[in-house]
Structure formats: structure tokens, C-alpha cells
Write a protein that binds this ligand. Structure first.
Ligand code: NAD
Ligand code: DAU
Length: 361
């Protein structure tokens, strides 16, 4: 079976491709990624080596009508898993337009092509086909001191990023209701783990703390996120792909609420224990409270009881285990981070492939 994964060179997409190829031995993956600043084919170097007959990379934009149509015309795609997106809230505040373009129009383009390829009137069979939209808990907006997001919580996004993800969720829903496109939406909480781009809270803090740089905490540091180790998310997605009900949506969370301040303190303390203090001072002294993010949602917390009871999933990795593994990974892979920080990771694609695959598929 052919699985079209979009955004597979990013954080969750690359973890998912590795996971899927290990778990489902008869699956072939076509990874379509535009290689934006967040896309790094080096994230899948081992996958390319280990699965040369089951993993294919195409450099293309999900908004490119011709390129996406070409892929559907040339391959019988069974599952589409749409990870591709602009994903960073701070960037969406500084420059929202690309978020609207990619997250909304790009998703629309994938939906249109899936519909065209899978509609029974086109002589194709839609049984066994599935469009999985990888969405976020941020579409629900903020919570107060108590309560959890359920699948019935109203959409109330705060940032251009979350508004663009909400819009794409609505499109996916509309394609199910109007055209019968077999589609599912998953809304997941904050992921962490290997290969996360060092602009996001956890890898940023690990890398700054390793070097003894300031650790910028927005506002009072009391904002709460619900953290999930990326492999637990991958496991949940496979359950949804294999057992989920088209037209349904599933929340996925780590049941692990932490204040940002607490997360940074854990990172500081673990690094101090492992490596000793930096510049003769404990790393907590690097924590600096800075101006708050505009529209900063106060608290996210996900009720995952639907996927737990209906699809028999639960997160396996505790925060203590997950953060220790993540810190270890970033210590062992400082070259990966440095190649991003000095921009040389952008060269990897060119030196590996030249322009061979560029736009041609
Ligand atoms: P990421 O920024 O690490 O990766 C995004 C990937 O998409 C990159 O490889 C990038 O090159 C690619 N991409 C961007 N625009 C593209 C385009 N126009 N065409 C093709 N490829 C394009 O993001 P991530 O953190 O791995 O998130 C993946 C998905 O999961 C996103 O849709 C995000 O909204 C969702 N999500 C993320 C989290 C999280 O905590 N990171 C939580 C819930 C949901
Ligand atoms: O909830 C799921 C979402 O989680 C995903 O949809 C997004 O793609 C993903 O980026 C993430 O969004 P957040 O905004 O929650 O993640 P971020 O790592 O940017 O920030 C986490 C929290 O830490 C948030 O409350 C802001 C705060 N923060 C972040 C940075 C980068 C800081 O205090 N300082 C920082 O330097």
C-alpha cells in the first residue's frame, strides 16, 4: 500500500515515517515536503538508507496543483497523512500570510486531489482510503484553571497559526459531509522528542542551557501545556489510521500538564546533574522572564478518553522518561542542532540530490 505523507521532513512527520516503516512492513511511503526552513531531509537519513525500496522523497509544495495531481496520477495512494504546515505560533504572529497559504490552501489542494482520485464516479474505489489531517489542540483556544478539551469543545483559535489550522479542519469536515471523502481529524497537544526544530520551547531551552545562554520565558511562565512524547503521538496516529471512524475526530494528549516554568526548571536541573553547572552557576540562573507572546493561550489540557476507550490507546512515556531521552538525544546530536543554527542543513538536500528531484517528483 502507498501512503502519501506530507511534511515528512519536519519533526513529527520524520518520527512518524520511521515509526510507520518499522511497524507496517508492506507499506511504501511517499514523502512530499517543500523543505521550508523547518524541513530537514537529514532527519530521515537512516530511513533512506534502511528502506530504499519503501521510502520515496519528492520535493514539492502541497499547494502546487500540478505537482500534487501528478503524484495522484502516478500512484494508487491509499492513505494521505497531512503533516505539512507552517507550525510555529511566534512566526504566525510576525508573518501570518504563509500560514494562510500553506495551512488552508495547501490542505484544500490535497483534499481536492484525494476527492478526484478516490470518488467512485471516477471509477475508483474509496474503500480502504483515508485522509488523515494532523491538527492541534490549539484550535480550541484557551482553557481557564479547570476543564479539558473534548472533541465537542467549540473552536476558538487565538493565533493566526491556530486559526489557519482551524480553517483547514473545517475544510476536512466539509469534504467528508459534502463529498463523502473518508477523512479523520486528530487534535494533538504539545509534542516533544528527537528532531524538533530548535525554535520550540523544549529544544530551544535544552540548547541554550547546554551553552549557558539565556532561557527566555514568556510572561510569568505560568502558562500550561499538555506534553506528549512524539512516539506516543505516532502510536495514536497508527491506531486512528487502522481503526478510526471516517468523519470522526480524535483528541490526543499526554495527560501531562506542566507550567512552562516547571518544564524549564526540569531541563536546567537534569543538565546540571548530568554535566555540572555552567560557568560555575546552576542553570536556573539563566531563566529570564521576557515580554509575553501576544494572544498567549493560558492553558491547554486534552481529554483523550475517546481514543483511549474506542481505539485502546494510551500514552506510554512519562514526562520524566521522555524529557530524559530528549535531553540525551540533543546532547548526542549537537551537530544536528549546530547545522540548523549555522544554516548548513540547507545544503544537505543539494549535496545529496542536486536538483535531481526538484519539482519533478
Ligand atoms: P514542523 O514545522 O517541524 O514540520 C513541518 C514540515 O512541513 C516541514 O518539513 C516543512 O518543510 C513542511 N512544509 C511546510 N510547508 C510545506 C508546503 N507548502 N508543502 C510541503 N511541505 C511543507 O512541524 P511539526 O511540529 O512536525 O508539526 C507537524 C504537523 O503537526 C503540523 O500540521 C502541526 O500543525 C501539527 N501539530 C504539531 C504539534 C506539535 O507539538 N509540534 C502538535 C499538534 C499538531
Ligand atoms: O499545542 C500544540 C501546539 O504546540 C502545536 O500545534 C504547534 O505546532 C507547536 O508549535 C506547539 O505550540 P506552542 O505555541 O504551545 O509551542 P511553543 O514551543 O512555541 O511554546 C510552548 C510554550 O512555551 C508556550 O506557552 C510559549 C512558551 N515559550 C515558547 C518559546 C519558544 C516561552 O516561554 N519561551 C520561548 O522562547
Amino acid at each position: 500500500m502507498y501512503v502519501l505523507v506530507t511534511g515528512g521532513c519536519g519533526f513529527i512527520g520524520s518520527n512518524f515515517i520511521r515509526f510507520l516503516l518499522e511497524r507496517k512492513r508492506k507499506t511504501k511511503v511517499i514523502n512530499v515536503d517543500k523543505l521550508t526552513y523547518a524541513g530537514n531531509p537529514a532527519n530521515l537519513e537512516d530511513v533512506e538508507k534502511n528502506h530504499p525500496d519503501r521510502y520515496y522523497f519528492i520535493k514539492a509544495d502541497i499547494s502546487d496543483k500540478k505537482a500534487i495531481r501528478n503524484i495522484f496520477d502516478r500512484h494508487e495512494i491509499d492513505w494521505v497523512i497531512n503533516f505539512a504546515a507552517e507550525s510555529h505560533v511566534d512566526r504566525s504572529i510576525l508573518g501570518p500570510e504563509i500560514f494562510i497559504q500553506v495551512n488552508i490552501f495547501g490542505t484544500f489542494n490535497l483534499l481536492e486531489n484525494s476527492r478526484r482520485a478516490w470518488q467512485p464516479e471516477n471509477g475508483k474505489e474509496s474503500r480502504g482510503k483515508l485522509f488523515l489531517q494532523i491538527s492541534t489542540d490549539e484550535v480550541y483556544g484557551t482553557l481557564g484553571e479547570s476543564g479539558l478539551f473534548t472533541e465537542r469543545s467549540p473552536y476558538d483559535p487565538s493565533s493566526p497559526y491556530s486559526a489557519s489550522k482551524a480553517a483547514s479542519d473545517h475544510l476536512v469536515n466539509a469534504y467528508f459531509r459534502t463529498y463523502g471523502l473518508p477523512a479523520i481529524i486528530t487534535n494533538c497537544s504539545n509534542n516533544y522528542g528527537p528532531y524538533q526544530f530548535p525554535e520550540k520551547l523544549i529544544p530551544l531551552m535544552i540548547n541554550n542551557a547546554l551553552k549557558g545562554d539565556d532561557l527566555p520565558i514568556y510572561g510569568d511562565g505560568e502558562n500550561v501545556r499538555d506534553w506528549i512524547y512524539v512516539e506516543d503521538h505516532c502510536e495514536a496516529l497508527l491506531k486512528v489510521l487502522e481503526m478510526g471512524v471516517p468523519g470522526d475526530k480524535y483528541n490526543i494528549g499526554g495527560s501531562c500538564e506542566k507550567k512552562n516554568r516547571e518544564v524549564v526548571e526540569v531541563i536546567c536541573d537534569q543538565l546540571d546533574r548530568k554535566l555540572g553547572p555552567v560557568g560555575g552557576r546552576p542553570r536556573r540562573s539563566l531563566m529570564k522572564y521576557v515580554a509575553d507572546r501576544p494572544g498567549h493561550d493560558r492553558r491547554y489540557a486534552v481529554d483523550s478518553s475517546k481514543i483511549m476507550t474506542e481505539l485502546d490507546w494510551s500514552p506510554k512515556v512519562s514526562f520524566d522518561e521522555g524529557i530524559a531521552m530528549t535531553i540525551e538525544w540533543y546532547i548526542d546530536n549537537t551537530e544536528w542542532t549546530e547545522s540548523i543554527l549555522d544554516g548548513s542543513y540547507m545544503e544537505y538536500y543539494r549535496t545529496q540530490y542536486g536538483e535531481r528531484l526538484d519539482g519533478k517528483g
